[in-house]
Design a protein around this ligand. Structure first.
Ligand SMILES: Cc1cc2nc3c(=O)[nH]c(=O)nc-3n(C[C@H](O)[C@H](O)[C@H](O)COP(=O)(O)O)c2cc1C
Length: 294
């Protein structure tokens, strides 16, 4: 364990034996300090949308297809011209130092181990350059929370391009923070600096609550939850090219560092392969053409 500003960070590095992704949350809760865990696991208000986002997948059924004379499906795919071993990717998620001392660097390493795409948040604990270096050339995206300070935006975009980011994700649906009761109860303030904010006029985020961090974000911007292999299948069959998830991978990060991250993606990918076989879909392109029952 590493202690930073009184906050206890996991420094585990191990492969995980996983029954299913939902079970990771309880295991991670035992090792992530309560303030950090509340921030990672919590949602807004009654957490109704958080629960509904996962449940919505269960109202759509995959049509099984037998006698298709196929075996060994493959999750190999291409998105934005990038070759990937799986359509499962890391969603941009802030402050992964709350889950592990190596933060996003370990996540990037784990995602690279399984040939999956990594996306890094503006509010990450490790810098764009350090996260890129940990991925050792594996494809990464950078997510921008657009600031009111355009010089800040420009300098982050320049840094992302320099570090080899393959695309920029612009988050447009989170111009303010939700009303998150877990953070209020825990009086949660980020104990760890956010590496990309160090050159920002408002400070590096350490000692601030999430509402204060969002105050610097541009509010005036114009113009998924995923837990099971079957959810990934359904998202692809609904038109997605990639399926991003954050919380289960962050729990894997806390429980096993880079190897934990790789274990989570591998497990979910194995579930997806079973669904692919039973639905008679040999490739991800076949999955995208598969029929769903609503
Ligand atoms: C702890 C945490 C931090 C997040 N930080 C960001 C962020 O910095 N930028 C962003 O665009 N989305 C952020 N998200 C949203 C994720 O990108 C993603 O949409 C969502 O978490 C997916 O749901 P899941 O975590 O339940 O898989 C965050 C989510 C979590 C759980």
């Amino acid at each position: 364990m590493t202690v930073i500003n009184g906050y206890e960070q996991s420094d585990r590095e191990q492969k995980l034996t996983i029954l299913n992704l939902p079970s990771l949350e309880a295991a991670a809760k035992k090792i992530i300090p309560s303030g950090g865990f509340g921030y990672i696991s919590g949602g807004s208000e009654d957490e109704w949308t958080l629960k509904q986002n996962t449940m919505a997948f269960n109202h759509v059924q995959i049509v099984p297809r037998a006698l298709t004379d196929m075996e060994q499906p493959s999750t190999q795919t291409q998105a934005f011209g990038i070759d990937l071993k799986t359509p499962i990717m890391m969603a941009p998620a802030a402050a992964q130092g709350l889950a592990h001392a190596r933060g996003e660097a370990a996540t990037a390493e784990g995602m690279a181990q399984v040939g999956a795409l990594m996306a890094q948040s503006t509010y990450s604990s490790t810098s764009i350059a350090d996260t890129a270096a940990a991925g050792k050339g594996a494809p990464q995206f950078f997510q921008l929370y657009m600031s009111k300070d355009w010089n800040f935006n420009q300098s982050l975009l320049d840094e992302a391009v320099k570090a080899g980011a393959k695309a920029i994700i612009l988050t447009v649906d989170a111009t303010v923070d939700g009303y998150r009761e877990a953070d209020i109860i825990n009086n949660f303030q980020f104990p760890i600096p956010m590496a990309n904010l160090t050159k920002f006029s408002e400070g590096d985020g350490k000692g601030k609550g999430i509402i204060e961090i969002y105050a610097a974000a541009a509010q005036k911007i114009s113009p998924a939850d995923v837990r099971r292999g079957s959810h990934v299948f359904k998202a692809l069959a609904n038109g997605a090219d990639l399926v991003a998830l954050a919380r289960p991978i962050i729990y894997g990060l806390a429980l096993g560092g880079a190897q934990g991250v790789a274990s989570v993606v591998s497990h979910l990918n194995d579930e997806l392969l079973i669904d692919m076989q039973l639905a008679g879909t040999k490739t991800i392109e076949d999955v995208k053409r598969a029929k769903l029952l609503r």
